[in-house]
Design a protein around this ligand. Structure first.
Ligand SMILES: [Zn+2]
Ligand SMILES: [Zn+2]
Length: 290
């Protein structure tokens, strides 16, 4: 019962908290507290419980992403956003201009999910992009903060999705309606949580921890001659994996993460995009050959 209900309740709670509190940062903070409590009381795997050193590293990425890198990239991209809005006005582009406000927001959400799906797929297929993403796959343990363990170089790619949508759609980057994206963000954070869930009906549409753990697997399936983790690329929606044939609901995941034999300190982790070495297939073959 708990395993079936925990994700739907968390998602409903996220939407409620958003409307009651109104502040996306507060909603995020509340979500992080709830997930920490859930992982403490109902861990899926005890061997994934974080050490103090791992908590400090998680805190580094959490604070760095939310308070330094994300605001920095928002600032750095602002001239491009302004240019895309000017282009949109000049070309009279607005693919969803005639739709009602909720449908406009929904259409932007689905297009952003599609763009992130394609970017994520490319990050696993192209060596140069894999280098930006491999730090996210470093850890041997899953837990909620691992979603935010992303290299600052990788974070530079994320605003590109907003750039495309600000060019094509009626919603602009500073529109408060976009705070609703706290919802898919927290779903993505949830999918990294060390909590046992049962996808049930929800798993038809949304990514669940079970699906995303499989994506983080570094095992190789010799029977099917492909990497176990070459699947489930969606961020919060599993819809595009189902549409494009990359969906795999299976539960065999060990080992998780592509951590090399020796643990890396924080500084070495930050150097990973510029170094050869550990990776997942199919990027591994390309990297090993280069
Ligand atoms: Zn990935
Ligand atoms: Zn992940």
């Amino acid at each position: 019962m708990f395993e079936t209900l925990v994700q739907p309740l968390f998602m409903v709670g996220t939407v409620l908290a958003y409307y009651l509190l109104g502040d996306p940062l507060l909603v995020l903070a509340l979500g992080f507290v709830v997930l920490t409590l859930l992982e403490w009381r109902r861990p899926y795997r005890r061997d994934w419980i974080q050490t103090r050193k791992e908590w400090l590293e998680n805190a580094f990425f959490l604070i760095g992403t939310i308070f330094i890198f994300d605001p920095f990239y928002t600032w750095a991209y602002s001239p491009l956003y302004e240019y895309s809005i000017a282009l949109k006005e000049r070309w009279e582009l607005s693919l969803n201009g005639s739709l009602s406000r909720p449908v406009q927001i929904l259409s932007v959400y689905i297009v952003i999910e599609l763009l992130f799906y394609l970017l994520h797929l490319a990050q696993h297929k192209l060596l140069i992009l894999w280098r930006t993403h491999k730090l996210h796959h470093y850890s041997r343990k899953m837990m909620w903060a691992k979603y935010i363990t992303a290299h600052p170089v990788e974070l530079a790619l994320f605003p590109l999705a907003g750039l495309v949508t600000s060019l094509l759609f009626s919603i602009e980057p500073d529109d408060e309606a976009l705070y609703i994206f706290t919802f898919p963000l927290l779903v993505a954070v949830f999918t990294h949580s060390n909590i046992r869930t049962n996808p049930a009906l929800l798993g038809w549409l949304f990514v669940t921890p079970q699906y995303h753990f499989k994506h983080h697997s570094s095992a190789f399936d010799t029977r099917r001659n492909r990497a176990v983790g070459d699947c489930n690329y969606g961020v919060s929606l599993i819809l595009f994996d189902r549409l494009f044939g990359t969906f795999d609901p299976g539960t065999v995941i060990d080992p998780v993460g592509v951590q090399p034999r020796n643990e890396l300190n924080l500084w070495q982790q930050l150097l990973t995009p510029f170094q050869h070495g550990w990776s997942t297939a199919p990027a591994r073959e390309a990297e090993d050959q280069s």
